[in-house]
Design a protein around this ligand. Structure first.
Ligand SMILES: *[C@@H]1O[C@H](CO)[C@@H](O)[C@H](O)[C@H]1NC(C)=O
Ligand SMILES: *[C@@H]1O[C@H](CO)[C@@H](O)[C@H](O)[C@H]1NC(C)=O
Ligand SMILES: *[C@@H]1O[C@H](CO)[C@@H](O)[C@H](O)[C@H]1NC(C)=O
Ligand SMILES: *[C@@H]1O[C@H](CO)[C@@H](O)[C@H](O)[C@H]1NC(C)=O
Length: 316
């Protein structure tokens, strides 16, 4: 009896570990195959789908966009480079910082136009766009700025239609109360500034959608600021606003389901570096649908099954 127990135990161990191996092997083959995970880290930030730091990873619409430089995550688009302060995967938002933009405590302005503003390559516009709750405040724009010219459809009384307005409760009237404006002598009277003989306002606030490209020098402005509000409760006063650029990211509807289906079969989502089309990375093969599909990977799947049986035979 006393002798039998260890034997039974050993047998039991052997059987259960064999069952374990048999159960885990397919998963092992699959994950080993797809072990080149595309998730990466930069500083304390996780870079995951649709973003990626490696070519071929993530979604093609976000290729050549993020770079990790000495632990600092940077975003690069046509208008310049920005520091990424946050990636909000739950709400599909990015928070960017442009060191050359003004905030409540300092105005950054130069006759040539300071700061990146925000503009993406035409092909990328479908994927990345400032949030409608983000206000851009253009500072020191010249009277001949396109901001004050090209907006026809005078609403009433023949007044020129200006795009300047409050966005999500944030606007220039409030921004002028910031310490940054002390001694700047801006026209504080809001209404007097709009289309009056006094000239254009020192600050013009607008939503990105109003002009679809914030190019500070093209708009003939000296600088800009940007703030956003996320909470349903408005931040009290411009000193409490969050300064930065809040960008919403999205995939076209017809490309939304691809990654979920790929991941469900153990794949990692990527894209073809030549065509930029969606690609499910299954390790030993790449699929244009998912890792269970035979299309493009039938031979390799068969090899995987053969390997699985070889393992079992070796074990026995
Ligand atoms: C990362 O660290 C910075 C400070 O170093 C902090 O402000 C920020 O909230 C952190 N971000 C995340 C996502 O943990
Ligand atoms: C699959 O695609 C990725 C990304 O384009 C590439 O790096 C990898 O070499 C491809 N693998 C195979 C087996 O073709
Ligand atoms: C912004 O405008 C300037 C001057 O018109 C131009 O040279 C520059 O290419 C523009 N930037 C972008 C990102 O289009
Ligand atoms: C913007 O909001 C401020 C303060 O709430 C208000 O005084 C001002 O009239 C508004 N400006 C415009 C252009 O609506």
């Amino acid at each position: 009896m006393a002798e039998a127990a260890p034997f039974l135990l050993r047998l039991n161990n052997g059987v259960s570990s064999m069952i374990c191996v048999l159960l885990l092997l397919p998963a092992f083959l699959r994950t080993a195959a797809a072990s080149s995970s595309c998730r990466s880290y930069c500083g304390n930030m996780t870079v995951d789908y649709p973003f990626a730091l490696r070519p071929g990873c993530g979604h093609g619409g976000f290729r050549e966009l993020l770079y990790c430089i000495n632990g600092v995550l940077m975003l690069h688009i046509a208008s310049g480079s920005y520091r990424v302060l946050d990636i909000d995967y739950a709400y599909a938002g990015l928070t960017l910082h442009d060191p050359a933009m003004s905030d409540c405590y300092s105005l950054a302005r130069s006759p040539d136009g300071l700061g990146n503003g925000f503009e993406v390559e035409a092909w990328r516009a479908a994927y990345l766009r400032p949030d409608p709750d983000n206000v851009f405040m253009l500072i020191g724009c010249r009277p001949d700025s396109p901001l004050f010219q090209g907006f026809p459809a005078p609403s009433r009384g023949g007044r020129r239609h200006l795009p300047c307005r409050n966005v999500s409760g944030m606007g220039c009237e409030e921004y002028y109360r910031c310490p940054a404006w002390d001694g700047e002598g801006q026209p504080r009277a809001g209404e007097a500034a709009y289309g009056s003989p006094v000239g254009p306002p020192q600050c013009c606030a607008l939503e990105f959608g109003a002009i679809r490209a914030i190019n500070v020098s093209k708009l003939r402005c000296e600088g800009y600021s940007s703030a956003y509000s996320l909470a349903p409760v408005r931040a009290a006063g411009p000193g409490a606003w969050a300064y930065g650029i809040r960008v919403a990211y999205s995939l076209p509807a017809d490309q939304e389901g691809f990654c979920g289906a790929c991941q469900a079969t153990g794949g990692v989502c990527g894209y073809d570096q030549e065509t930029n089309a969606d690609l499910c990375l299954c390790g030993r093969f790449n699929s244009t649908s998912n890792c269970d599909s035979t299309a493009g990977g039938a031979g390799v799947s068969a090899a995987g099954i053969k390997l699985y049986f070889i393992f079992i035979i070796l074990y026995l």
